[in-house]
Design a binder for this molecule. Structure first.
Ligand SMILES: *Cc1c(COP(=O)(O)O)cnc(C)c1O
Length: 370
């Protein structure tokens, strides 16, 4: 038996309905912005439960657009977590601000206690990440930010379809970003992103900035950029949104199966599964565990044709640009230990029960647990 990590071929096995809509788009020649983009933005805002949406070319530019809309610049500090994707810190650096890292917690999310310690006079915003499609303790973060008069920009790139007590990621911060990259919960067959906000002023600015600062064909209000999403992708997103809740349901089922069978007493001393927050829905963009003898287990599983990953073996603060800023090994012991022991298992919606069983049995075999 084989267990692939990559499921993208399965996801678009029958692209006929998408191609049908693409044909309509081609006939309409609405190739930049236009009605397909408008429709997606309205639908997405409603899905998230936010007033406004601005679609963008990718999640990284969505994050940059959020930070620029808040007027962040050189000398400002933005706090984020050291175990995220490069883009969280890259977006902060891109607007000239300084990424200030904090440690993770036992659920691989931003560590609230460390976050509090990192707030200084220069802190202008907090960027919590919905890492792996799970959510940090976002309500606590909202409270801390209120007390310190700080804005929140959520990096909800992996969080489309997640919930924190019936509220979606992207509804806690003042202006927030999503990604529709192929490996996120809403896959648009390429790059795509979105910014959401309830703030009319931020919305108006960001919408103009995305499109050269234009107010009409012949006039701009300020210098802007081109961050537009492609209508081809907006159509894929509309199709994906219809299926998204089902996809997440299937992933949640798979994750519960793995949670249950990997948390048995005999495996406790080898494997640690993060606790799941009550009344929250994760997207399970990533299914992560920490485990003993990680590298050996990874090799063993790969030898048995089970594809696994590590997200990531090196936290952001140990990457070259962070080292140059003065960060060093030992700064974030929790995240560093996780980086040495984390393993991401396949959890995608096309896994069969037999594949799940096979994965569990091979992990048990590795630890000599029967
Ligand atoms: C994917 C991702 C991004 C970047 O999104 P892109 O669409 O790939 O630019 C940013 N932050 C996190 C946490 C992500 O997972």
């Amino acid at each position: 038996m084989r267990v692939n990590y990559n499921y993208l071929g399965d996801e678009f096995k029958n692209p006929e309905s998408i191609i049908k809509d693409w044909r309509k788009l081609i006939r309409s020649t609405d190739f930049t912005l236009g009605k397909y983009i408008d429709k997606f933005e309205k639908t997405f805002a409603k899905y998230i439960g936010s007033k406004y949406c601005i679609s963008t070319n990718n999640g990284t530019d969505a994050l940059i657009l959020c930070l620029k809309a808040l007027g962040l610049q050189k000398g400002d500090e933005v706090i984020t977590v050291c175990n995220s994707f490069y883009a969280s810190a890259g977006a902060i650096a891109e607007v000239g601000a300084k990424p200030v890292f904090c440690d993770s917690d036992e659920r691989y999310q931003i560590n609230i206690e460390d976050l509090k310690r990192k707030i200084t006079k220069k802190t202008k915003a907090i960027m919590p990440v919905h890492w792996g499609g799970a959510s940090p303790e976002i309500k606590k973060i909202v409270k801390i930010c209120k007390e310190n008069n700080l804005n929140i920009v959520e990096d909800a790139c992996m969080g489309i379809g997640a919930k924190v007590e019936n509220k979606s990621p992207g509804t806690f911060g003042i202006i927030n970003a999503f990604s529709m990259h192929p490996l996120k919960s809403l896959n648009v067959m390429g790059d795509g992103g979105a910014v959401v906000t309830n703030d009319k002023e931020l919305f108006d600015w960001a919408k103009k900035h995305r499109n050269h600062g234009m107010v009409n064909r012949d006039n701009i209000e300020f210098w802007g950029v081109n961050n537009r999403m492609q209508p081809l992708q907006a159509i894929v997103a509309m199709h994906g949104l219809k299926k998204l809740d089902l996809v997440i349901k299937k992933r949640t089922y798979n994750a519960s199966y793995l949670d249950k069978h990997l948390s048995i007493k005999e495996l406790k001393k080898f494997i640690n599964i993060p606790s799941r927050m009550k009344n929250c829905q994760e997207t399970f963009a990533l299914y992560m565990i920490t485990c003993k003898y990680r590298d050996k287990l990874k090799k063993f599983l790969e030898k048995n044709k089970i594809e696994v990953k590590i997200h990531y073996p090196k936290p952001l603060h140990l990457q070259k640009p962070a080292i140059k800023m003065g960060y060093k090994k030992g700064d974030f012991p929790i995240a560093e230990l996780q980086a040495r022991t984390l393993l991401t298992l396949p959890v995608h919606q096309f896994l069969t029960k037999n594949q799940l069983k096979f994965m569990v049995s091979k992990i048990k075999e590795f630890y000599s647990v029967v």
